[in-house]
Design a protein around this ligand. Sequence first.
Ligand code: C5P
Length: 225
Amino acid sequence: HRLPIIAIDGPAGAGKSTVTRQVADRLGLTYLDTGAMYRALAWLILDRHIDPQDEPTVAELTSGAEIELIPRLAPQLTGVKVNGQDVSDAIRTPAVTQLVSTIAAQGAVRAKLLKLQRKYGDQGGIVAEGRDIGTQVFPNAELKIFLTASVQERARRRLKDFQAQGNQAVDLAQLEADIAQRDHLDSTRAIAPLQKAVDAVEIVTDNLTIAEVIEIIIDLYKKIQ
Ligand code: C5P
């Protein structure tokens, strides 16, 4: 028998990473950031100057790539290596963020990462965040959360993050457009689109603090124990 799994899905900028990390810490479970894996492959494709639309070449590069999650301290929540190279910071650049949904729509990419994610989760004891955790990766998860907020609120939060990092040259309207574009690509792709699992609990976070969201999830988890 495996340990429990909590699946946390939702669109970009809903606060998934912070919430998932803290829920895992509070419950003594392991945090699994599946977005970091897709970002790692997107980084590799950029690094090799491969055309992201060239699916056979992307597939070939993907099949030979070794992706490994590594421990990492704040402020970066997840560490990841590609073919032995630490790309934990490099996967957070705007160039990677812009490219990742194109890569993540491709069958060879999803098949490889699905297998890897299930390997990380096969003993349970994890809190996993992504887009298809409750629907595809761990459909038998004990608790499924769909975390969302309006595009406007998610863009405002991203703007605050950028400003906190000393980056003032970011435009709110542009952030909204980027988030809406990524939502669209992620929820309309043919394979494993972003979707609320039928048995997921939806939490709309527009008017909630991070602490409040975490309490809601911990309470839900205690109820199923
Ligand atoms: O969560 P994060 O912003 O790091 O995810 C980056 C991208 O990776 C998403 O926009 C999506 O295209 C892809 N992704 C996915 N399935 C997951 C996790 C992430 O398709 N389970």
